[in-house]
Design a protein around this ligand. Structure first.
Ligand code: JJW
Length: 447
């Protein structure tokens, strides 16, 4: 046995997102988001699942905070539903929506758990989508107004903030690949949405400095790792191009104030242009206090002439995959973290999401999810190596506290360390919950 020792100073957390857990879609003055509309349209989500009820955390948040408290984590990362707090997208605040988050925050603080708020975790008010959504530049100002209202309401108690979750998913996966809401399939829409999300991020950061001067803010891009299949320059370049879409496209503008030329040209060859106005990149490259990284998967990558936009094909390492079919590649986590540190410097990093999909059910009151424990051990071992290599990692937040609405995959795909029965909303702690509790309390685990 080997003991993997994490620093005593590392912050531990668990994460969720509003549309994935709250339910109560028609309660408390909430209006539909793009995910309500998308999930209710046939064919978009497996089994026709919707977030109407989800985990019912809108009503069960106290029980959830109790589970967090017994878990012993330092932080809880959750997101605010824009449609709940500003039902018309712009303008008036909804007191019932504000009260829900105020109560949740108070409950967390009463249990000694630090809240970390994500402002945009994909659930744009549908009323704004009807006006063009993130393709419209005006939406960045609606976001700014929403962000400012939240900073004013909650900035006194909440000091850790994230603007945008997984901008690659919210732009390209949602507007070019058509997999997530609003389900469009236009590269131009993907490019426009991506830029507007980053502009919205920058605008919010600017105003955060005045409204929450003692707080910390960042964003949470997702990335996978592609390891060249062979040492050939072709494969090396193919992997670089493949990763550029998630890495450089969403990080260069923030840390360098530029977009990668190679990709601008590639998009242009496919008929899409980048529409940047004077001053945009200065806004986007406002210094941030923390960088969120969401990491789940990686592969070998090999050059392929007809391998899509980037001429790369993924060659999974072996047969080990989670139940959502994503290859397990813990080594890629270490490589991604050291690579980002090398490319972008010393910004403090939170792992804002890492976790595994396994669909175990409850047997005699227990959930035997040893596979999830193994996944977490492997990834925390990579994290430990990255910390030893000097990557400034300050926190690790597991995805997810609860099984929940896994977007286009519906409720079938379970990422929680707590099992949820989606008929009764009963929670059952999995073996991984108890393993994570011990790891959090000991700052170490055995492999
Ligand atoms: C890519 C599907 C090819 C969430 C993807 C689908 C194939 C046409 C998990 N992170 O639920 C990425 N998640 O809310 C945020 N991250 O392609 C949190 N990325 O398309 C978790 C899904 C994802 C994806 C899902």
């Amino acid at each position: 046995m080997t003991t993997i020792q994490l620093p005593e100073t590392l912050k531990w957390g668990a994460a969720t997102a509003s549309y994935q857990i709250e339910g109560a879609a028609h309660e408390g003055g909430r209006t539909p988001s793009i995910w309500d509309v998308f999930s209710h349209a046939p064919g978009n989500v497996k089994n026709g699942d919707t977030g109407d009820n989800a985990c019912n955390s809108y009503h069960k948040y106290k029980e959830d905070v109790n589970h967090l408290s017994e878990l012993g984590v330092d932080q809880y990362r959750f997101s605010i539903s824009w449609s709940r707090v500003i039902p018309q997208g712009r303008g008036e605040l909804n007191p019932e929506g504000i009260a829900y988050y105020r109560n949740l925050i108070q409950e967390l603080l009463d249990h000694g758990i630090e809240p970390m708020i994500t402002l945009y975790h994909w659930d744009l008010p549908q009323i704004l989508q009807d006006e063009g959504g993130w393709e419209a530049r005006e939406t960045t100002d609606a976001f700014l107004a929403y962000a400012e209202a939240m900073f004013k309401e909650f900035g006194g108690q909440v000091k850790k903030w994230l603007t945008i979750n997984e901008p690659w998913c919210a732009s390209f996966l949602s507007n070019y690949l058509g997999v997530h809401a609003p389900g469009k399939t236009s590269l131009q829409a993907g490019v426009d949405v991506a830029h507007h999300l980053m502009l919205a991020h920058g605008k919010a950061v600017q105003s955060f400095r005045e409204l929450v001067p003692d707080g910390e803010i960042g964003y949470a891009p997702n990335l996978g790792w592609l390891e060249p299949y062979s040492p050939s320059q072709e494969d090396i370049d193919a992997c670089k191009r493949g990763m550029m879409w998630q890495k450089e496209w969403f990080m260069d503008p923030v840390f360098k104030g530029t977009y990668p030329e190679t990709l601008i040209q590639l998009f242009a060859e496919h008929g899409a242009s980048l529409n940047v106005e004077e001053g945009d990149l200065e806004i986007i490259s406002q210094p941030i206090d923390l960088m969120g990284i969401n990491y789940y998967t990686g592969s070998l990558g090999r050059y392929k002439e007809d391998g899509g936009l980037f001429q790369v094909e993924e060659v999974p390492l072996d047969e080990r995959r989670t139940d959502i079919d994503w290859p397990i590649y813990a080594e890629g986590f270490y490589k991604a973290l050291t690579d980002i540190h090398q490319t972008y410097g010393d910004v403090p990093i939170y792992i804002t999401e890492n976790g595994a999909c396994y669909n175990h059910g409850v047997e005699d009151g227990r959930v035997y999810d040893q596979e999830r424990i193994d996944y977490l051990k492997q990834h925390l071992t990579s994290l430990s190596r990255a910390i030893e290599a000097g990557v400034p990692i300050v926190g690790y937040i597991v995805w997810s506290l609860l099984d929940n609405f896994e977007w286009a995959e519906g409720y079938e795909k379970r990422f929680g360390i707590i099992h949820v029965n989606f008929e009764t909303f009963e929670r059952t702690r999995k073996d991984s919950y108890y393993w994570y509790r011990d790891t959090v309390n000991n700052h170490s685990f055995e492999v």
